[in-house]
Structures are given as C-alpha cells and as structure tokens.
Design a protein around this ligand. Structure first.
Ligand SMILES: Cc1cc2nc3c(=O)[nH]c(=O)nc-3n(C[C@H](O)[C@H](O)[C@H](O)COP(=O)(O)OP(=O)(O)OC[C@H]3O[C@@H](n4cnc5c(N)ncnc54)[C@H](O)[C@@H]3O)c2cc1C
Length: 402
C-alpha cells in the first residue's frame, strides 16, 4: 500500500515506522517548514506500554539518553515557606516504566529512525481528500495530487485531516475549563535541575530548565470560561490580565512575553469523537483522541495508538474496513479512561482554593516520610495515565509482517 500520513511529531513517525516494517510505502506531510524540535518544546511522559513500543522499535537507548533530569521540585506559596521534594518521590506513582522527555527530542529520535525509509515533505498540508473505490485522492498544498490506499491524520489537536473528514472542531472539542500557556525566558533564577512551581487559586505557574543553557521554560495553567483566543496578541493580553495580581517572579517572567518566539496558548480541551475513522481515512494520536494537553498522557496514547493501528492493519491483511473498527475497539477503554483522567489531573494541578494550595503543600511535606507503596499510591492520580494504557493489547510484533 501507499499510505499518506499528515503530521511528523509523535503518532505520525511511529505509525510510519511500523507501516514501513510491514512493507508499505509511506509519505508524511508536515505543516512546519522543518522538523519542529526547537530546544525541546514541552516535556512529555512515556509510560509503561509506550516505553514498550519504543523498545520494540529499538529506540530505548536513544530515549533514555534524552530523558530529562529533574532533581527537585519546589512549591512556592505566597507568604508561606517553600516546600521542596525529590522529583523521584513525586513521580513515584506514575509508572514502573516512565521516561520524561522533551517532545522535540522524541520527535527527532522518531524522525531519525524513519527518515531513510519514509518520504517526509515539510511545509506541506493536505488541502482536499476525495475517496473512491480505488483509494483516496489527496490534493496537497504544493499543488500536487496523488492517490493513496489509506490516509491517516496524525496532525494533532487542531488536525486538518479531521476537519476535512469530520467537519469543524467545535463539534467534538470538549473544553475542560482551563488554559495552558508556555513560553521561554532567560534563566535568571539559575534553576540547574530544579523545577519551581508557584500555585495560587485558579492559577499554577511552573518554571523548568530547558536543554539550552541559560534558558528556562514557563508553563502557566489557569481556569477561565470558554473563549476562542487564536490571535497571539490577544492571547498574550489575556495571560497578562489573568496573572496581573500574581507575586513571586511572575511579573519578571511576563516581562519576556512579547519577545518569546515560542509563545503558545491553547485551551485544555479533549477530542471526543464517537468514531475516528471513515472509509480509508483514520486518525491517530491527539487528532483522534487527544485527552487534553498536559493532563492526560497524550503522547503515550499517541504512541500506543499508532502501534495498535499498524498491528490491526497487519492482522486484517491491510483491509481498512476490518482494521479500522478493530483499532478503535482495541483503544476504546484507554481512550474512555483518558477522558476521565484529564479533568481530575486538571483539578489537582490548578488549585480551586487556598485550602487546596495548603493541602498540596502538606502532602508534599508528608510524601518523603511515607513508605514507598503509599508514595506510589498518592502520586498515581488514582491509577491515572499509566493505568489507562495497561489494558491495551500490544500484539506480539511477529503479527507484523517484518
Ligand atoms: C504544553 C504542552 C504540555 C504537554 N505535556 C504533556 C505531558 O506532560 N505528558 C504527555 O503525555 N503529553 C503532554 N502533552 C501532549 C503531547 O504533546 C501530545 O499528546 C502529543 O505530542 C501528541 O502527539 P501527536 O503526534 O498526536 O500530535 P502533535 O505532537 O500535536 O503533532 C502534530 C503534528 O502535526 C503537525 N500539523 C498540524 N496541523 C497540520 C496540518 N494541517 N498538516 C500537516 N501537519 C500538521 C504539527 O506541526 C505537528 O508536527 C503536552 C502538550 C502541550 C502542548
């Protein structure tokens, strides 16, 4: 088969890798002019089954070499003493197999593993899709048209393929009540390997080091009513307004807002489609079942989802009418679980009251004194993102025709 994939970040290259291993020709189109690596982007979590998929791709050494190294996390509260804890204790319950890695580093590793075997076309999007008995005609933004056997949208939360096939995003994007802003600043604090968090009611600010010496990244989560903030100038203004009364180093961080070239603000929303396949076209990763940025283990779901899609195609002899429903069934429980995790993680990350800020600080103080099994239980978000993937059957790679 010749398969067209839109999106070269996480789900796209994982899928491309396994489709190629199964003898298919793969073309990946990516909107950005080059691989979006920057100085790493945001940190993402590879959990249990996602680590297993990376291992089956032979990429575990590269992923482990690129893992982030956070020593301590410090909670800063207005007018109260700071609370510092070993990062390992705070992350104890996340998963037995857990790799935190910058999304850009992960994308680079996946791209390098596939670039020889897969055709990547950067600066290109799919403009039109027309399915017929013999395949799908795709018109690309460079003006070319070609026929593909299958098309997969792995193009993220605001997927273009999804819009072409399932219509405007408003119909299935479910707002969780919060926003996420990320931008880089000079590391004027001297973070080394520390992560700092400043939590107040309805707003949570985190500051962590980036791979580039002397640079740090700010993540601000806040609650707010639904509204479409697409214009970057309006988004910056919104952030300034929301954070206007915050103390600590927040005013200094915001002073860099206008000059940050990687400023990002988006609503924390989930993609809830009852089915994410139609005919010979399907979706993978955030495009099909994004659980919400930063709250639901989206990168692990993207990796596992892409792998399951490739294995179901192999098991069905490349018949999409069998493979796509099987792919959706195989992921259904994990996707349903991811939809419940997002709201509870969001509720934990952004305090609703001073009492919740206080409780969080007490829990952090208590954690190091607890036995390991209790540490794990308390930091697992009720089984959370790692547990949601444990039920997914990662078929033996021998099912794949490699
Ligand atoms: C700030 C932030 C923090 C996060 N933190 C975490 C975390 O701690 N843990 C975690 O597991 N996950 C986290 N996530 C989510 C994680 O990044 C995603 O779930 C994961 O990257 C999904 O991978 P994907 O390949 O499906 O989509 P994406 O990584 O979004 O990639 C989509 C790709 O498609 C491209 N594209 C977009 N539109 C088009 C188009 N029309 N045509 C062609 N290409 C297109 C994009 O440029 C991009 O390269 C976070 C996300 C953000 C934004």
């Amino acid at each position: 088969m010749h398969v067209l994939i839109s999106g070269a970040s996480v789900a796209g290259p994982v899928l491309a890798y396994w489709l190629h291993r199964n003898g298919h020709r793969v073309t990946v189109v990516e909107r950005t002019p080059e691989l979006r690596v920057g100085d790493g982007g945001q940190a993402v979590d590879l959990l249990g089954p996602a680590v297993e998929v990376i291992a089956r791709m032979g990429l575990l050494p590269q992923a482990e070499a690129a893992r982030t190294s956070t020593d301590t996390m410090t909670l800063i509260r207005p007018g109260r003493p700071d609370v510092t804890i070993d990062a390992a204790q705070l992350l104890a319950g996340i998963s037995d197999r857990h790799i935190e890695i910058m999304r850009g580093d992960l994308a680079r590793i996946l791209f390098d593993a596939t670039r020889e075997d897969v055709t990547y076309t950067f600066g290109t999007t799919i403009e039109r899709l027309q399915e017929h008995a013999g395949g799908v005609d795709a018109t690309l933004s460079d003006g070319t048209t070609a026929t593909f056997d299958l098309v997969v949208g792995a193009d993220g939360l605001h997927s273009g393929v999804r819009r072409l096939v399932f219509g405007p995003e408003e119909g299935y994007s479910h707002f969780l009540g919060g926003y996420l802003a990320v931008f880089s600043v000079p590391d004027f604090i001297g973070l080394d390997e520390r992560v700092l968090g400043y939590n107040t009611v309805d707003r949570a600010v985190a500051l962590y080091p980036t791979r580039t010496p002397g640079r740090a990244r700010v993540v601000i989560l806040f609650r707010g009513p639904r509204s479409e903030h697409r214009d970057p100038a309006a988004q910056r203004q919104l952030l300034r307004t929301v954070c206007a009364d915050l103390g600590w180093e927040v005013p200094r961080l915001l002073a860099h807002l206008d000059t940050a070239d990687d400023f990002y603000l988006d609503s924390i929303s989930q993609i809830r489609l009852p089915s994410w396949s139609r005919g010979r076209i399907t979706l993978a990763g955030d495009a099909g079942y994004g659980p919400g940025p930063a709250v639901g283990g989206g990168s692990s779901l993207a990796i596992v989802g892409a792998y399951v899609l490739a294995s179901e195609l192999a098991a069905a002899g490349d018949d999409a009418s069998v493979a796509f429903p099987a792919y959706e069934r195989a992921l259904a429980d994990a996707v349903a679980a991811s939809r419940t995790i997002g709201p509870s993680v969001l509720a934990t990350l952004i305090p609703r009251s001073d009492l919740q800020v206080w409780t969080m600080a007490q829990a952090m103080r208590l954690l190091p004194r607890l036995p390991r099994f209790l540490q794990r239980k308390l930091t697992s978000f009720g089984g959370g993102p790692a547990a949601m993937l444990n039920g997914v059957d990662l078929r033996d790679p021998l099912v794949l025709r490699s």
